[in-house]
Design a binder for this molecule. Structure first.
Ligand SMILES: NC(=O)c1ccc[n+]([C@@H]2O[C@H](COP(=O)([O-])OP(=O)(O)OC[C@H]3O[C@@H](n4cnc5c(N)ncnc54)[C@H](O)[C@@H]3O)[C@@H](O)[C@H]2O)c1
Length: 381
């Protein structure tokens, strides 16, 4: 399990069965090489969603009332020793509005977006959302009266607040990416007093287009969790130093999710939240059976070789799954060992040393229990 450590290939010994990153990104891990070695890499999507959601809610309030300007003003008055006499008169400069009854557009209804929508609803906001890839899991978590728009344009058109909760993909929207997706076209459709909250990624927003909009409207606000060379000093922006996921709870949540993901993989072969292995889950194994997992290159003929090993030893396969993703295939096979006096260590060696097999495991504490690897034709147990 690792967080920000930049993992090098030579740190990954033949005994390593799996790697979990306590966080969403995995660019500190040489994932393509791990795939070649048959090692699953896991991440923890959504583990920090609550922390980010709370900061988005904070952004809603900061964008509605001139709290930060007011606090800074109080400091100035305090320095001059005139806070008490000036405060009632000066507070007129920092008036604001309430969020209750206003419309929040949520762009991206994944872990953070759906959770933001739910809490905004309890604060009395009206909701409109846009997410062309809305998952069934997220859809069931949305407030029932949330309106779903068919484009970002129609979602933002009547919104008082807009929360961006989509991933950053380097290419332009025309090429399927999200770089600068909030540019002139979208911004032109925003209400002149809209508050745009960006706790997703700085590069989603075209800074120059946003600057023009803020200058022209005078009332709109941009609240962002990311540095911005154009907007950092604008009177109508609030720039936060990427604090979205910076809570102890978010770190704990990511670590415990990573640990649970590894436990499921090690104990029963389940694969979920992997960036390089296909999802796989089987019903609990019967106490009379043995579970074998095999990772192999996703090439024709390899599965046949694997099955032949079981057939050769007259082992009955009771249930089996075979899923593939890219270069890799992952097999989970439950076998009935009844009536065999087979040495499972031998079976495992035969399986693992097949051309195209990368690693195998025999689960549930019976003879041969363990893990073995085929690295460039060398057998490692
Ligand atoms: N500020 C921070 O510290 C911080 C922390 C965590 C995540 N984030 C950012 O927040 C983003 C969202 O996180 P999440 O956990 O909710 O991710 P998620 O994967 O659960 O949800 C993202 C959602 O966006 C949708 N989406 C993708 N492209 C879209 C588009 N063009 N228009 C509308 N919807 C689109 C997807 O279908 C998905 O449902 C992340 O990608 C990350 O960049 C920021």
């Amino acid at each position: 399990m690792l967080r920000s450590h930049k993992l090098k290939e030579d740190e990954v010994l033949p005994s390593v069965r799996a790697i979990a990153r306590c966080g969403a990104g995995t660019n500190n891990i040489p994932v393509p090489r791990m795939t070649e070695l048959g090692i699953p890499v896991f991440n923890t999507p959504g583990a920090n969603a609550n922390a980010v959601k709370e900061l988005v809610l904070c952004g809603l309030m900061l964008g509605s009332r001139r709290i930060i300007d007011g606090i800074n003003h109080m400091k100035d008055l305090g320095k001059q020793g005139v806070a008490r006499e000036r405060v009632e008169k000066d507070k007129a400069m920092f008036g604001g509005r309430e969020i209750k009854g206003k419309t929040l557009a949520v762009i991206g209804l994944g872990h953070i977006g759906a959770s933001t929508a739910r809490d905004a609803r309890t604060l009395g906001m009206k909701l409109v959302g846009y997410d062309p890839g809305l998952s069934v899991q997220s859809a069931t978590k949305l407030p029932r009266d949330m309106e779903l728009a068919d484009s970002i344009l129609s979602a933002v058109a009547n919104a008082d607040y807009i929360s961006l909760n989509i991933p950053y993909i380097k290419t332009s929207p025309e090429e399927g990416g999200t770089h600068g997706i909030i540019g002139h076209t979208i911004i032109r459709h925003c209400k002149p007093d809209a508050v745009i909250l960006n706790f997703a990624r700085g590069e989603l927003v075209d800074s120059m287009a946003m600057k023009e909009f803020l200058d022209k409207s005078g009332e709109a606000r941009y609240i962002s969790d990311f540095p911005d060379d154009e907007l950092w000093n604008h009177p109508n922006t609030i720039i936060v130093p990427h604090l979205g996921a910076s809570t102890g709870e978010a770190e704990d949540s990511a670590a415990s999710m990573a640990a649970e993901t590894l436990r499921l993989y090690l104990e029963d072969g389940t694969v979920r939240h992997s960036v390089n292995f296909p999802n796989a889950s089987l019903p609990a194994i019967s106490p009379n059976n043995i579970r074998v997992t095999v990772v192999n290159k996703n090439k024709p003929g390899v599965l046949k070789l694997i099955i032949e090993v079981f057939a050769k030893h007259s082992l009955n396969i009771v249930q089996q799954i075979n899923h593939s993703q890219g270069e890799i295939a992952y097999n989970v096979l439950d076998i009935d060992p009844d009536g065999t006096d087979l040495d499972f260590k031998e079976l495992q060696k035969e399986l693992t040393m097949n051309e195209g097999v990368l690693s195998s495991r025999i689960l549930f504490g019976l003879p041969g229990t363990g893990y073995s690897r085929n690295i460039d034709g060398q057998y490692h147990v």
